[in-house]
Design a protein around this ligand. Structure first.
Ligand code: ARG
Ligand code: ZN
Ligand code: CA
Length: 256
């Protein structure tokens, strides 16, 4: 795919009126969309921090995101819904994704990327549904304080990278360490990312060698690791190809 693909996005802000900061403002929503449009085009300023050895692998995924301008009925919209809830918080059980359980129903998930922004319990920053799952729960959920770069976004997750990471999953990217808990036996099924043992957190120092992946070690500055927002700044060409395969397969409805 040579053309840039634009994915229509709807943001469902699910907020408890007892906690006004959960009702993130339009500016915070726009700040998140701006981050996505930089990160998925390799137009983020911090891409310059990618270690020299991996610069040739940096990918412009040619994917952009735009808040929906028409709702499912064809009426004009800002692409943001605001839903009051009486829940104290949500978890990975998907209750935020249905009005019936105190959340917001998705817009048709073959036409819109649904992003739910809410309080999440247990230190969870966000979670995503992989392609091929049930349409009524398809999309990405993000903690309000890990969403965008302004408003209630809180350090060290105030760089908008939780959404970048979760949308990576939504487009079929796996964790860069292969979720094998240090075994070095599984990888992320992407050829140009080094096999690595486990997730990295915080702001690691380069190089960090695991799974015999020296001398360069883990590509911990990849969006699909678990480092702080300011420590992640690249997708690879191999990851971009995997996202393309998803957009030619399970998510082909987004390619017009
Ligand atoms: N699902 C992951 C979590 O909740 C998201 C990690 C995103 N990392 C980040 N630096 N924003 O931990
Ligand atoms: Zn993840
Ligand atoms: Ca790999």
């Amino acid at each position: 795919r040579n053309e840039v693909l634009t994915i229509p996005v709807v943001v469902h802000v699910v907020h408890n009126p007892a906690h006004p900061e959960q009702n993130v403002g339009d500016a915070q929503v726009h700040s998140q969309i701006d981050v996505l449009n930089r990160d998925f085009r390799a137009a983020n300023a911090d891409v310059s921090q990618v270690p020299e050895v991996w610069r040739p692998l940096v990918a412009d995924a040619r994917i952009e995101f735009a808040l929906a301008t028409r709702d499912p009925l064809g009426n004009p919209t800002e692409g943001i819904t605001r839903i009051e809830t009486d829940r104290d918080g949500f978890d990975t059980s998907d209750t935020v994704k249905a009005a019936e359980t105190g959340g917001a129903d998705p817009w048709p998930s073959d036409q819109f990327l649904n992003l739910w922004v809410c309080q999440l319990q247990g230190g969870l920053l966000g979670y995503a549904q992989f392609p091929g799952g049930p349409p009524q729960t398809d999309g990405v959920v993000i903690l309000h304080t890990a969403f965008g770069t302004t408003g209630c976004a809180a350090s060290p997750f105030d760089g908008g990278r939780t959404a970048t990471h979760e949308i990576g999953h939504w487009l079929d990217l796996l964790h860069i360490w292969g979720d094998d808990d240090g075994a070095c036996s599984n990888d992320d099924r992407v050829g140009d990312t080094p096999n690595q043992a486990s997730s990295n957190t915080g702001k690691p120092a380069f190089p960090h060698v695991t799974c015999d992946n020296g001398p360069n070690g883990d590509m911990f500055m990849n969006y699909m690791d678990y480092v702080d927002d300011e420590a992640m700044f690249m997708f690879t060409r191999g990851q971009s190809e995997r996202m393309d395969a998803c957009l030619e397969g399970a998510r082909a409805s987004f390619v017009v």
